[in-house]
Ligand binder design. Structure first.
Ligand SMILES: [Zn+2]
Ligand SMILES: [Zn+2]
Length: 69
């Protein structure tokens, strides 16, 4: 049967708070003259980073074997 954890894709995406901008979605950069400027963080979407990883429930197969009892 299809894995419920990853909807049968074998990949589960987890979202973590962006380390670069601490979840704000913006970073402060400094111009050469020292002026602070806000800029959209290039590392994330709205402060969250999505990491795709092999589903731990089905080990990437997308299928869960029913427990044989
Ligand atoms: Zn960010
Ligand atoms: Zn899975």
């Amino acid at each position: 049967m299809p894995c419920r954890n990853c909807s049968g894709t074998g990949i589960s995406a987890v979202s973590v708070i962006c380390q670069r901008c601490s979840g704000t979605g913006e970073i402060i950069i400094y111009d050469s003259d020292g002026t602070e400027r806000m800029q959209l963080c290039p590392k994330c979407e709205d402060g969250m980073v999505y990491i795709e990883q092999t589903c731990s429930a089905c080990k990437g197969t997308g299928e869960i074997l029913p427990l044989s009892s």
